[in-house]
Design a protein. Structure first.
Length: 211
């Protein structure tokens, strides 16, 4: 089994809860046999923003034309992200809710793997996901409570990643969310500990699954 862990928080685990979730997951999964685990740290990779440079690079590459430095960087970065994603049987996203959405670096990763003909396509009935056999695990932390009917519409991190995975055809999406530790400081320790336990259990279950 190949597991890709997309780490999208550059805060230390003593401060960033989703960084700690990543650490706990990695510690547990490292004990598994017959599991290859790779981390793609979006804050450490050279990942130029998705835009015209990408489209120009793709066009030039198809025509075997020379690329400038930025075009070469973005093509190399996007291909690296795509290869990592496509080679994985399980993709784990560890990220926080920042300003109601995902970190910008994670958005760039999604932009790189959101590619027609590779992760999705279209037919006369609309889009079709092309990687339905993958599993996705979402490890997310948010200081407030967004699971209520009133707050759920304003949560654009987990909702977004889930939607993208579904768009790619991935229906097996597991979510572990730690929320409310800032909103309820008197219960923060309990909330975080319970969430970390679930992360550990998720990694342990994954280690027993054969692909």
């Amino acid at each position: 089994m190949n597991v890709l862990v997309v780490k999208a928080n550059n805060r230390p685990s003593t401060e960033g809860i989703s960084s700690k979730m990543y650490d706990v997951f990695m510690e547990e999964i490292s004990q598994a046999k017959d599991v290859t685990v790779n981390t793609f740290d979006v804050f450490k990779e050279d990942m130029p923003y998705f835009g015209q440079d990408f489209f120009t690079a793709m066009g030039k590459s198809a025509q075997a034309e020379p690329l400038n430095d930025v075009e070469q960087r973005i093509l190399t970065a996007s291909n690296k992200a795509m290869d990592a994603f496509m080679e994985a049987d399980v993709v784990v996203f560890a990220f926080p809710l920042w300003n109601k959405t995902i970190p910008a670096a994670l958005q760039t990763f999604i932009d790189y793997i959101y590619r027609a003909g590779v992760t999705f396509s279209y037919n006369e009935n609309g889009p079709i996901g092309l990687v339905p056999d993958k599993k996705a695990i979402i490890l997310n932390a948010r200081g407030g409570v967004y699971s209520t009917p009133e707050m759920a519409p304003s949560e654009m991190s987990v909702n977004y990643i889930r939607m993208i995975m579904n768009f790619f055809g991935i229906k097996d999406v597991e979510e572990i969310i730690i929320e409310g530790h800032n909103q309820f400081p008197d219960r923060a320790e309990e909330i975080i500990a319970e969430g970390m336990r679930k992360v550990q259990e998720s990694a342990a279950r994954l280690a027993t699954v054969s692909v």
